[in-house]
Design a protein around this ligand. Structure first.
Ligand code: UDP
Ligand code: GLC
Length: 408
């Protein structure tokens, strides 16, 4: 998808405009308050974990405890858990703003906590949609600039009309910058009514040092016999589309699949549905549900193809880049950022979302003539290394924070 309106990309950014602030980690630097609504590690939290490395000594305000809090502490951040954070837990991110009405008292308490923490800092950095909604007005009230790292696609597939409008308006009013991981996410923000001059695209960056483990050994560990094997690596959620892979698999006799990931945000019914579906389609002996794993890069090297089947537009999709780095063919749905990451399909196969038949056909083509995919897979890896490294993302985000602090 191409940009509908111009937004700032990394290449457009000028030098720090005469900033008096030094780089993070060297003498005086702005005090940043990183705000996150969740203590669970999904893609957005993994991004922030890598982005905060130069900001040891800064504060993170989390609305709930969890693995993310521990990871940030290990990196030298002062982690504070908001006392009223639980107020948000029951509120779905796509809920109508009216649903928040009965919780106004508790949400007000949380906003006050954010305002107090913001006053002690120079810049507020909201790493999620809920964090932004809670931090936007308090940051403005205490006169601190706010950066919103928007990891979502603000479109009709993910959010209702009122939600989109409220978020775009609040951003226009309160945000000093809105960072998005892809042009697709930028386009959606603009279509929702966000101001183009606010937006900077900073693609997600990943650790480029892989830890290769022999595929055969891994397969043996998992009890998988030799033969065609695909993998789908994502938290389990309806919009991530794992059910489409099961339907495609039913058309591909002899092909096995590992499903890696867990329902991180309460999608247990969907997880149960996937297992039922696999059984109903007679796939139980060909599909292995591995749950949440800490060795995704290694597991990716053990499969013959990674499928990225999201049925709604994907804001970025770290697992796409992880698959490219693993040197494995990628088949992804053409929704959201996949096309820009896979160079319009030049370094991976794009199929329409919600089409198991097309996915099955693409996989069959791959298994029929794997050699035809070797050069493309090599180019995918080169592209991932050139564009999606963690160091570049970290530098870009630090630069952006310094510029916002200098302007304030
Ligand atoms: N991941 C993981 N273990 C799992 C499943 C996923 O560590 O069992 C990681 C995966 O490697 C990726 C991240 O979780 O780095 C998911 O990020 P992505 O941007 O693909 O999707 P999100 O879940 O944030 O929408
Ligand atoms: C969100 C998005 C995912 C993105 C991640 C990090 O979780 O769903 O596409 O890669 O944030 O930006």
């Amino acid at each position: 998808m191409s940009g509908v309106l111009p937004v700032e990309t990394l290449a457009d950014r000028g030098p720090l405009d005469g900033a008096r602030v030094a780089s993070p980690g060297h003498g005086t630097h702005p005090r940043v308050l990183f705000v996150s609504h969740t203590g669970t590690m999904s893609g957005a939290e993994l991004v922030l974990r890598d982005a905060v490395r130069p900001w040891a000594g800064s504060t993170a305000l989390l609305f709930e405890d969890g693995a993310f809090a521990g990871a940030l502490r290990d990196l030298g951040l002062k982690v504070r858990l908001a006392r009223s954070g639980a107020a948000l837990t029951g509120l779905r991110r796509d809920a109508s703003p009216l649903r928040a009405l009965p919780m106004l008292g508790r949400l007000g308490g949380l906003a006050l906590e954010v305002a107090r923490a913001a006053r002690a800092c120079d810049v507020v950095y909201a790493n999620s949609q809920k964090a932004f909604l809670l931090a936007s007005l308090p940051a403005r009230l205490v006169g601190r600039p706010l950066i919103w790292h928007l990891h979502d696609i603000l479109d009709g597939a993910h959010f209702g009309r009122a939600q989109r409008l409220v978020q775009a308006r609040l951003a226009n009013l309160c945000a000093a910058r809105v960072v998005v991981p892809s042009q697709a996410a930028a386009d959606a923000f603009l279509r929702a009514g966000g101001r183009p001059s606010l937006v900077t695209v900073v693609p997600n960056g990943l650790d480029l040092d892989r830890d290769p483990r022999p595929a055969a050994a891994l397969r043996a560990e998992l009890g998988l016999p030799a033969g065609p094997l695909i993998g789908v690596f994502s938290r389990l959620a309806p919009w991530k589309g794992q059910d489409v892979v099961l339907e495609a698999l039913a058309e591909l006799p002899g092909v096995r699949c590992i499903v890696v990931g867990a329902p991180l945000f309460g999608e247990d019914a969907y997880a149960a549905h996937l297992r039922d579906r696999a059984a109903a389609r007679g796939l139980s002996d060909r599909v292995l549900f591995l749950g949440q794993r800490g060795d995704v890069p290694a597991l990716m090297q053990a499969v013959d193809a990674v499928v990225h089947p999201s049925v709604d537009p994907e804001p970025f999709g770290r697992t796409l880049v992880e698959a490219m780095l693993a040197g494995v063919p990628v088949i992804a749905t053409d929704a959201g950022a996949s096309a820009e990451i896979l160079d319009g399909g030049a370094v991976g196969t794009l199929v329409p979302p919600r089409r198991p038949d097309r996915l099955a056909a693409a996989l069959a083509e791959l298994f029929d003539a794997p050699d035809a995919f070797v050069a493309r897979t090599r180019r995918a890896r080169e592209r991932a290394i050139a564009r999606y490294g963690a160091a570049e993302m970290q530098r870009a985000l630090a630069d952006l924070i310094l510029r916002v602090a200098a302007r304030a």
